[in-house]
Design a protein around this ligand. Sequence first.
Ligand code: F6P
Length: 550
Amino acid sequence: MATQATGTGAEALPKRKAWKALQEHYEKVRSLHLRDLFASDPRRGERMTVDDAGIFLDYSKNRVTDETLQLLVQLAEESGLRERIDAMFRGEKINITEKRAVLHVALRAPKGTSIVVDGENVVPEVHSVLDKMTGFSNRVHSGAWKGHTGKRIRNVINIGIGGSDLGPVMAYEALKHYSDRAMTFRFISNVDGTDFAEAVQDLDAAETLFIISSKTFTTLETMTNAHSARAWSLANLGGTELSVAKHFVAISTNEKEVAAFGIDTANMFGFWDWVGGRYSMDSAIGLSTMLAIGPDHFRAMLDGFHQIDEHFRTAPFARNLPALMGLLSVWHNNFFGAETVAVLPYEQYLKRFPAYLQQLTMESNGKHVTLEGAEVTYPTGPIYWGEPGTNGQHSFYQLIHQGTRLIPCDFIAFAKTLNPLGQHHDMLIANVFAQTEALAFGKTPEQVKAEGTPEWLVPHRVFAGNRPSNTILVERLTPETLGKLVALYEHNVFTQGTIWDINSFDQWGVELGKALAQRIIPELESREETTLGHDSSTNNLIRRYRRLKD
Ligand code: F6P
């Protein structure tokens, strides 16, 4: 059936010609080993690479042949990927369940360009918010912005959760090298009071600015933390409500709620309903990032995002970095039955990158119905996870190398380190290359025996190999390259969602738990025995908690 909703005219996925061809093709290639694929094509490792927009991707160690790639590209075409990319960039309301455009690409569109939503060019608005952020950031840095007692701001605490936290934390950690070390940056997300208590315990309220980041300004965790922050700030400043204006700014789309909280809307930095929470780290939600690294670095990051946007929009799919990565994920997920993707940055500064990607990928593509509301008949979003290397090697890599599951890996490495220290960097990068080599080629029983291993031990020491990986090699971690990496995964997710014919831009799956928690809160707080209407397990847990808590 043609999908009116997508406007691509694509057939349902199982009916697409390329999908059927891939099913047949899979039977032919499923048992091919990377050892043989490399042996029969000495140039495979040079051919199956893309070097564009400052990103080098080696995808040769995936279980693909040239025919696989042709069919995957054909699948992208039959799935209407090109039309859908164009629809996104044109500002069409492709988030159909929320009737919204999906325009994170507008957040990094250069001045003077035009993207129209509901008859209005949104690019000038984006730049006006950026200019306001820049002015604010400069005032904080120069000391012109003063706290209630006249002291300058030295501590910045971002309060937010999900997309209003994970991007800011990840970017702060990733770009720490570029940050103002005279300032302290902290992030509070969890409604667990420990998060708040630990974040403020050694800070002087007179020097502390809170950024309340919430697209909706109604999120339970964020509003609870924001109220605690206001109480802490007022108590420590002996201040009046007037002090709130000096110590609180808001990032939101909801002006009314911001004003109701008591934050002067002059100190509010806006964004728009066409920016999804998990796609918002380059909007005003990035104010803490800008305060940490300065406006010039922030704009360099936006430029990095934009370069990948342009690449994604214009490069043919066979040479298109995000499209290829998305298609390879589909290949491993839907044909080889891989259920996860490990993201393994060999860069300590990227330690929060996998956590950031978990929301981006899984909140986007964890969907069970197509755009038209039909139950999907194939697996969608894989589970993303990971840790920085080399740490992970001494933890979970055993399972990747010798376990029974197929785990495609994305290795991310930088040719130049930001902290040259003896041989450290060569050792680090040697480990990246060694891991991808070991995963692909393994170690045969013959090789193990040739090392003099006793017969009984041989099976334990064999590495089957044939485990797929991508290697992403970038020159150096900079604000610009971070922007590129994030955009790479944003559009990778978009590609996957398009193939699966799902809406990558809503998140209805988070609602039920939120609503149930709202019902349970008063039941936990009630002093009287109330009749509980849950299942017997939930009722019992509530009663036990109430008995134990005081
Ligand atoms: O609960 C999920 C979610 O809605 C995310 O999509 C979002 O990033 C997060 O909560 C925070 O929402 P807000 O920015 O509106 O506080």
